[in-house]
Design a protein around this ligand. Sequence first.
Ligand SMILES: [Zn+2]
Length: 433
Amino acid sequence: MVSSLGLGMPASAQDDFAGREQLRASSAEFRKDVIQVTDGVFVAVGYSASNVTLIQGRDGSIIVDTSANPVDARAIIEAFGVRMVRPVRAIIYTHNHPDHSGGAKAFAGSDNPTIYSHQALVDAKPEFGRGPRGGGDAFGTKLPGELFINAGTQLEYGRVTPHTREGFLPPTRTFSGEEETIEVSGVRMQLIHTPGESPENIAVWIPEKGVLLPGDDFYKSYPNLSPLRGLSLRPPEKWIASLERMMTLDASYLVQGHMRPVLGKDEVREALTVYRNGIKTVLDQTLEGIKQGKTPDELVQEVRLSPELAKSPYLQEYYGSVAWTVRGIYADYVGWFDGNPTNIFPLPPAERAAKMLEMAGGADSMLARARKALEAGEFQWATELTDYVLAVDPKNVAAKRLKAAALTELGERQVNATARNYYLTSAQFLMAN
Ligand SMILES: [Zn+2]
């Protein structure tokens, strides 16, 4: 483990562990609890990577989302206890992510429930995703316990009980349009197609109870529109439209797929509104900057939430990030080229690095500069300098150690859980390989 102590940092560099401590405090959202939302609606928080909601019907139960796997699902069934009356009449998947759909078999038991989803869940192709590189893992699944805080919207994404598909049951009743009204065990529900965090996401709206389950279109973090783990942009326009559709419902309770629910009409309106505004302002500023010919690197220095939005408890960057959203929108709208002709056919990294090393007086001299940067609290600069050495000599042990130390310092200053996890897992990989 790379120590973050003893680097002789100036005081100015020592006061920015506030982000890490804020992230640590956010774990309170995942404490284990079965919360009664309103009459006949309960949500199990903190038992798995995602929440499971129980809706009591006239002669049985309705389950919305099923947790990550049968082990977690059985713990939740036990926690619901007598509140979950069998038979389970229906299971509703808000979307296909494995942490929401992996425990269905345990809830179904031998009850043979109808299993609802949008048709897009059935048609969805597996996410493409980027292959592993340098041990980086946004979810920190293999990070030692003492370094792990949380995974952004969940406490332990796949760390203790991994997602498996063994507990998944395919939907038996899907809809393809914008919405569908169903009645199960005397409970009338509207299933509304609300693409956002995933293309197949649906919201479940129970008008008689004022309860809205938005799936993953809302959680208490800046939305992850362009995840570090390597996905195409989650279309901001669609996400905004889905939030606006949900705002028209005037719900009293918002029971999302992660973290504790939002209770009270004013609070729900506020939550959905700041979420919509938080996406829209970043989209608008980025598109305006693109029109003005600005590069992604320039735009991430300029695009900001308003001070008021930046203060919102629903827009802290625990999981998504404004800067990554800017980059994702840029790539989605105008592609990879930033407009600078230097970057049409840039030098190969090893060739550029060799020339930089020559200018710096060789690898040892470059590493001495990197060490100085590290000691001065210039961690990003330190890791950029070590990259020149590693581009020419990937096995350079001193460079790997220095880079690991710099990445650790960066990780320890992050409010964003996925960035922290990626920095720290990459640092561990550098030390071990
Ligand atoms: Zn989720």
